[in-house]
Write a protein that binds this ligand. Sequence first.
Ligand SMILES: NC(=O)c1ccc[n+]([C@@H]2O[C@H](COP(=O)([O-])OP(=O)(O)OC[C@H]3O[C@@H](n4cnc5c(N)ncnc54)[C@H](O)[C@@H]3O)[C@@H](O)[C@H]2O)c1
Ligand SMILES: CC1=C(/C=C/C(C)=C/C=C/C(C)=C/C=C/C=C(C)/C=C/C=C(C)/C=C/C=C(\C)C=O)C(C)(C)CCC1
Length: 518
Amino acid sequence: MGVQVPELQFTSLEEIPERISTARKAFLEHRTRDVEFRLVQLRKFYWAIKDHEEEIAEACALDLNKPRFEVEVAESGWLLNDVVFTTRNLHNWVKDEKAEDMDLAFKFMSPTIRKDPLGCVLVIGAFNFPFQLTLGPVVGAIAAGNTVVIKPSENAPRSAAVMQKICEASLDPSCYHVIQGGVPETQALLAERWDKIFFTGGANVGRIIAKAAAPHLTPVVLELGGINPAIVTKNADPRLVARRMLWAKLLNAGQLCTSQNYLLVDKPLVTDVVEEFKKAYKEFYPQGAKVSPDYSRIVNGTHFQRLKSMLDNTKGKIMMGGTMDEKELYIEPTVVLVDSVDDSMCTQESFGPFIPILPVENLDEAISLANGVQATPLGLYPFGNKADVAKIISSTRSGGVACNDAALHIPTLPFGGVGESGYGAYRGRSSFDVWVHRRPITTSPGWLESILSIRYPPYAGKLATWKAATALAPDFDRSGNKVAFGWLRYILTLGGGSAQAGAGRATVVAASEYHPLP
Ligand SMILES: NC(=O)c1ccc[n+]([C@@H]2O[C@H](COP(=O)([O-])OP(=O)(O)OC[C@H]3O[C@@H](n4cnc5c(N)ncnc54)[C@H](O)[C@@H]3O)[C@@H](O)[C@H]2O)c1
Ligand SMILES: CC1=C(/C=C/C(C)=C/C=C/C(C)=C/C=C/C=C(C)/C=C/C=C(C)/C=C/C=C(\C)C=O)C(C)(C)CCC1
């Protein structure tokens, strides 16, 4: 350690519109259209992240007391891999796609899908994994050819300052801008028109973002939190449950949007699960979490007080942990046995190291409670045998599911919420897809004019030909049942059927309509 980390300086409010207009102008001048330009930006970005790894670690330590291992796995190392993965695949992702499922009649128009950049976009980051969650979406936005304005969270100020340094050291200053600030600066950004806004944070601010975007018809991605359940059936292994669930609450001291908020545990397993939590805690932190270099702190006093009042107000029984130190913003990993989902430990997203356990009679009760607490959380963590897990997945909804695990998300799988946990997904290829418009392009050759002339007035006598050429015949009856061998009948009668059959007819009928141009 010992590297100097810059202080965060807020951007002046007057400067914000000018910076946005520079970014917009750069897009309108097509500077980011060229794929080689994007690749060079990403490659320079990679080396800037690499060159600032010490500062990233120091900033994360100052902001959150984040352990070096977690920084390298989930911040700098995560981003470095993300950039390499993107640069390796970008030539493939940007390629025009041949449109699928096309009727032969339209194949002559060479239908393709172009992946067009959206324009000038805004990324607003969160504090908890500041580098990953702010610059991760930016990697995709650059790859897709957008110009980007980046607003890191002011709640991780040192990380925000280092992000600015990294961006300014590597990225084209006309296309990519970092704006620093809190609520007034974010509101100044939101007053402008964007081609997409990508927000990671809580649902309350998410609503503010969506409202601000609506008058401009700006599409929004909302990566929000969730009151994520873990469901533990009688067939689960208590040791595995405890080790994995505890891990999700040790990472960044539980300030992790994918960590479980509460556990619904089959009654006969509760004692064993609690005992295994104690064993795992002892194993992970033999001297306790407070003196360990491998345990983060709560980000600030406001969040500390919020968490403290959750614990103060619980009617549950503390089974493990429960200590805290406001001066150090330290809260111990804490297991609480509760008797209702209405307990203060379960009614809100803790975003901290709390592990409330609610005993349940059976799996049906667990599913019903989970759906009642929040029907669309960000993550869901079922523990049990194959049949239990299958039943849980098919009776619930969530952004993602990690069976027999906690908080896990493979870095290149699409990641995003559903319903109350947000909308839109990124990571891996989805980080590119989320930032492009799939623009269908067709080209109608001149020689097709005689066939296409069926669309022009006068219409008299043309409808029957049109229908015969284009109508798809159903392969199902009025009761909704699939008709066996329906396709054969349609082909034999030239009455419709599959796309291929329709295409054949279209060509035959259109050819019969052929009249040379006058
Ligand atoms: N789905 C995900 O990927 C993900 C990741 C991390 C965090 N989260 C969620 O984020 C929440 C915690 O993160 P946070 O506290 O940084 O989020 P937050 O909701 O406080 O949002 C932070 C951002 O919003 C801005 N902001 C705050 N109030 C505003 C207002 N009134 N008007 C305009 N802008 C405003 C801040 O300047 C900051 O940039 C948790 O709910 C967590 O679950 C979700
Ligand atoms: C190592 C070898 C192998 C493979 C081993 C495997 C598969 C190990 C897997 C380890 C995992 C899953 C480690 C995960 C660590 C994650 C950390 C520290 C933190 C992540 C935080 C994240 C993503 C935060 C996100 C936050 C969000 C979205 C919101 O708040 C073999 C078996 C292949 C070969 C031998 C060697």
